[in-house]
Design a protein around this ligand. Structure first.
Ligand code: PEP
Ligand code: MG
Length: 751
């Protein structure tokens, strides 16, 4: 870097700092800054374009262009050279702007007389705030040093924007950031609606001193912070003993690599030499990393860039003294916002959370499983919410629609509250039928059970009116630990679950791992298609030690009480026979060594692949019961990934083919007298639940919160008559019976 540019740039930043310290209005400051930059860089023009809304850039200040165009000239992202810089988040440097692709002539600015153009994005942590442009009449090409210097200035501008330095009053003035209502569209992780205040999982670090005139001091501070960072990463690594979570070790090793990366440090040192403070230098490089993250298609590389991003956060906290504990108090009705969160961290927060919003996450993630178990509304894939939300901001989470309203307007708030009130009223209505049976007008009864996976779910058993636990997903105890849980620990948990159920039946499903549920201590299998890979019973039968240990824990937990065990993902008879035999063997062994064993043991299979419906009759005879895992069954029936938002909702559960398939399963179970239930998410959707009952499925297991709505509808419906409606729709050539069912139900309710 040329010394002259260094000192020029430092001088410019020094003058920018003075404008920041001055007590002047936002517009005045912007005008002064454009003047300073043009003067310092020897250009005819300097202009600042800032985002007016998410898609529109506005000329907010200029030196050299027609002043009348300020706050008048606007362009959309991608439009003209300025719009292109904003879209690509990359600099455009050209000696002949008018011949450049995308050049847009803007007569009101007098722009056509300027030949050279250099535009750089104004961005903060990957969030685009605007574009900074310099132009000249002569066809000059700006040097690399000049581009770099302008990027540094843009970084300072971004910080100043964030700090509210350009906020003004009156028409056309810039509003303060993070004060406007913002809407985020993501995906549904868990249904439900809630209102509360933002609580950031990772505190937001604010840099208040982006510029420094003492590069030596800033270099020393950076050095010191890097040293502390390196030794803390080393200390974390050495404290991880044998049997440590491999994934965590991998992340720490990546941290160590970055912490020792010369090129990363060198870039920050160069930023400091140009006049940035140490923290601003870290943030500038972090912004560049974030911008790269958006462009990298490779998931592995993106993860590594995330690691670098995390490390930058740590470094920023060291430099600003804003530790991971910002002292931010958890507000009442906290809505947690995070990039992503592991199940253990989520469990630490406990049930006090009113809602969760993740920038990433997926429907099948562990966090989603926990949120679902707790019935806490969860929105996933809410892109960019972390750059907007501040601790304590009012927020509405609509888990049904996958929508988040940050700092909502009153109208939105009122509509939302009405929605919540209606849901609460409905829940209250359901308590009055809590102890009544789910019997239709025709006299058909359906057994309603609840799904669970945590001890914390069990209190819902009483309140929901469920007859028992139809599916206890045992993998959560495995997922939330860094090492395989001990047999005694598991036995104690299973025992407590049965205690809490107070004699009501609990169906324990053995470990369903693999697919999206990867245990921290299991070697990732790197399968091309894990949902159809080595998972559930396939792992259990191949790694018998773990399954045997779990079966022993179940027998010991039962301590003589009736025990119900269900094996997941059975695709053919042999798998069930084999797994069942393992349990029978364990019962014999436990008895032999003097443990009390249950007299009443029921062993069932989950039907999650179409193949099992066509298994030999002997399978149906051997199984004490069968439970349809509709989540998996549907994905394999329609070949539509349950985690892929694009295809997930494409096929209706009430599709005629699917119902006909269910009918076939009902017939086979009837033939052998095998108990049949349905425990996928669809069982908790009232219309679906009604139709399953009409098809002859006598037991449904669902989220506790769904029991009220499902029971209420069943009690108001003639299920036998509904079956006729379904059958008529099936022969009519309809693709789904839903329209016919809805029409009939509406008639019934109105009549
Ligand atoms: C299912 O597949 O429907 C099911 C209940 O199991 P899980 O959702 O845990 O895969
Ligand atoms: Mg399943």
């Amino acid at each position: 870097m040329a010394d002259r540019t260094d000192s020029e740039s430092r001088k410019l930043l020094g003058r920018l700092r003075e404008t920041l310290a001055e007590d002047s209005a936002g517009q005045e400051r912007l005008d002064r800054i454009t003047h300073l930059i043009a003067d310092s860089m020897g250009t005819d023009v300097c202009s600042i374009y800032l985002f007016r809304d998410a898609d529109t850039l506005e000329l907010c200040a200029t030196e050299g262009l027609n002043k009348a165009a300020v706050h008048e000239t606007r362009m959309r992202v991608g439009e003209g050279l300025v719009g292109r810089v904003a879209r690509s988040k990359n600099a455009i440097n050209t000696p002949d702007a008018p011949s450049e692709r995308g050049f847009r002539f803007m007569p009101e600015t007098g722009e056509e007389i300027y030949s050279s153009f250099l535009g750089v994005p104004v961005q903060r942590l990957g969030d685009s705030l605007g574009v900074l442009v310099v132009q000249s009449k002569d066809a000059r090409s700006y040097s690399e040093d000049e581009v770099y210097a302008l990027e540094v200035v843009a970084m300072v501008l971004a910080e100043m924007t964030e700090l509210g330095a350009f906020v003004g009053e009156g028409e056309g003035a810039m509003g303060a950031r993070h004060t406007q209502p913002a809407l985020f569209r993501g995906g549904t992780g868990q249904e439900g609606a809630s209102e509360g205040r933002v609580f950031l999982h990772e505190p937001r670090v604010v840099v208040t001193n982006p510029i420094s005139d003492d590069p030596h001091e800033e270099l020393r501070r950076l050095q010191e912070a890097m040293d502390t960072l390196r030794s803390s990463v080393d200390a974390m690594l050495s404290s991880m003993g044998r049997g440590a979570d491999k994934e965590q070790v991998k992340v720490l090793e990546a941290y160590r690599m970055f912490a020792n990366s010369r090129s990363w440090v060198r870039r920050m040192e160069e930023d400091i030499a140009l006049g940035l403070s140490a923290e601003a230098a870290v943030e500038k490089e972090q912004s560049a990393t974030r911008a790269r993250m958006e462009r990298v298609p490779d998931a592995y590389l993106r993860e590594r860039l995330h690691d670098l991003d995390d490390l930058s956060n740590r470094l920023l906290r060291l430099l600003t003294g804003q530790g991971s504990d910002t002292g931010a108090e958890m507000p009442e009705n906290p809505i947690l916002i995070a990039r992503n969160i592991g199940p253990a961290e989520l469990l630490d927060y406990g049930k006090k959370l009113r809602g969760i919003v993740l920038e990433e996450g997926s429907v099948g993630s562990h966090a989603a499983i926990v949120a679902r178990a707790w019935a806490i509304p969860l929105v996933i894939n809410a892109k960019k919410i972390l750059t907007e939300a501040l601790n304590g901001d009012p927020i509405l989470v609509d888990g049904d629609q996958g929508v988040v309203h940050l700092r909502p307007e009153d109208g939105v708030k009122t509509a939302f509250r009405d929605k919540i009130a209606m849901q609460t009223q409905a829940q209250e209505r359901y308590t009055s039928i809590r102890d009544k049976p789910a019997t239709g007008l025709c006299g058909t009864s359906v057994a309603l059970h609840m799904n669970a996976g945590l001890m914390a779910d069990l209190p819902s058993l009483e309140g929901s009116g469920a007859e028992g636990v139809g599916l206890f997903r045992t993998e959560l105890q495995f997922l939330t630990r860094a090492t395989v849980p001990r047999r005694s620990e598991l036995a104690a948990i299973y025992g407590s679950v049965m205690d809490a159920a107070q004699g009501k039946p609990v169906v324990f499903r053995t470990l369903d791992i693999g697919s999206d549920k990867v245990l921290p201590y299991m070697k990732p299998q790197d399968e091309p298609n894990p949902a159809m890979g080595w998972r559930a019973i396939r792992v259990g039968l191949d790694k018998r030690g773990v399954m045997r240990m779990q079966l022993q824990a179940l027998i010991r937990g039962a301590a003589g009480r009736p025990l119900t065990v269900m094996f997941p993902f059975i695709a053919q008879f042999d798998e069930f026979r084999d797994a069942r035999q393992m349990l029978v063997d364990e019962l014999a062994r436990e008895k032999k060594i003097g443990h009390q064993v249950p007299d009443d043991v029921r062993i069932g299979a989950m039907l999650e692949t179409p193949s099992l419906a066509f298994a030999p009759k002997q399978f149906f005879e051997m199984a004490d019961f069968i439970s349809i895992g509709g989540n998996d069954l549907k994905q394999f029936f329609f070949a539509a990934d349950r985690e892929n938002e694009r295809v997930r909702k494409r096929y209706d559960t009430l599709n005629v083919s699917f119902l006909t398939f269910l009918e076939r399963v009902v017939d086979r179970c009837t033939e052998t007298g095998t108990t049949l239930s349905f425990c996928g998410e669809d069982a908790g959707r009232p219309i679906e639940a009604l139709c399953f009952a009409a098809m002859g499925i006598g037991a449904l297991s669902m989220r506790p919160a769904s029991i009220g709505p499902v029971k209420s509808l069943i009690r108001r419906t003639d299920i036998v008559a509904l079956r006729k409606v379904i059958d008529e729709a099936r022969v009519s050539g309809a693709q789904s019976v839903r329209p016919a069912v809805l029409e009939w139900l509406t008639e019934q309710q109105n009549g």
